[in-house]
Design a protein around this ligand. Structure first.
Ligand code: NDP
Length: 245
């Protein structure tokens, strides 16, 4: 039985859909109050909030673009004066798949920015408070693409590999302050991000013979946020049905 988090807060970026919404629901079920970030899909975010509130957990919607320093500061600074999330899940992600030979610099920069500027801006906003409290968990959602490299995803693979490096470096910097930092690396998971992929071509590459579910990623994030994971930091935990070993 996981110890009750007694009203602690979890901030999830990109929580309106897919993996982020499953993480928000899983952490709410474990008793964490939720700060739910998303970019623009208010309707989807409101539905996640409704689901969370239906189990008696508070959910605060925080629409902002994680790549925009002003929006991040405006949304978080007033809240952080009073409260500090115990958990930050940097889940917001974005892909724009195209061969490098045809990639524009905008496609390169936009994809890197959501993963890397998003991580930098949101984590930096919260980190001083976490360090002062000497407790916290930071989970960065990366990708198999950032471990193995994926053709057509040079930008996305670079973004996620960069985030893996940032995870390990930050974990080393702050482990002594009892703030643990890990990366969770999904393979092919059924969400809007993978909706246009041809499953028939991809499934033969996955030993488990199927795409994963957002809930299968969320349960690992919930474990890493629990007391049971108190000595795990700087790791990359893969959830990919064996697609990359
Ligand atoms: P979705 O495309 O389904 O959802 C993306 C989420 O990120 C939405 O909540 C979206 O908000 C939000 N978002 C996008 N850009 C921004 C931004 N600039 N600022 C704030 N929020 C933003 O993605 P998935 O659920 O599939 O993916 C979640 C994470 O998992 C991503 O980091 C992705 O790279 C990673 N991942 C996914 C895999 C998969 O197979 N699905 C595999 C490996 C990794 P809004 O709804 O408002 O647009």
């Amino acid at each position: 039985m996981i110890a009750s988090p007694k009203g602690k807060i979890a901030l999830i970026t990109g929580g309106s859909r897919g993996i982020g919404s499953a993480i928000a629901r899983a952490l709410a079920e474990d008793g964490y109050h939720i700060w739910l970030n998303y970019k623009k899909n208010h309707r989807a975010a409101s539905e996640v909030m409704r689901q969370i509130e239906s189990i008696g957990i508070n959910c605060r919607l925080l629409p902002f673009d994680v790549t925009d320093p002003k929006s991040v500061a405006e949304a978080l600074s007033p809240l952080l004066e009073k409260e500090t999330p115990y958990i930050l899940v940097n889940n917001a992600g974005f892909n724009k798949d195209v061969l490098l030979a045809l990639m524009t610099q905008t496609e390169w920069k936009e994809v890197l920015s959501v993963s890397l500027d998003g991580f930098f801006l949101v984590t930096k906003s919260i980190l001083a408070n976490m360090l002062r409290k000497r407790e916290g968990r930071i989970i960065n959602i990366v990708s198999t693409s950032g471990q193995s490299g994926m053709p057509g995803q040079v930008n996305y693979s670079a973004a996620k590999a960069g985030l893996i490096g940032a995870t390990k470096a930050l974990a080393s910097e702050i482990a002594k302050r009892n703030v643990l930092v890990n990366a969770v690396s999904p393979g092919f998971i059924k969400t809007e991000m993978t909706a246009d992929l041809d499953e028939k071509k991809i499934i033969p590459m996955i030993p488990a013979g199927r795409f994963g579910k957002p809930e299968e990623v969320a349960s690992v994030v919930a474990f890493l946020c629990s007391e049971k994971a108190s000595y795990i930091t700087g790791q990359v935990i893969s959830i990919n049905g064996g697609a990359y070993m």
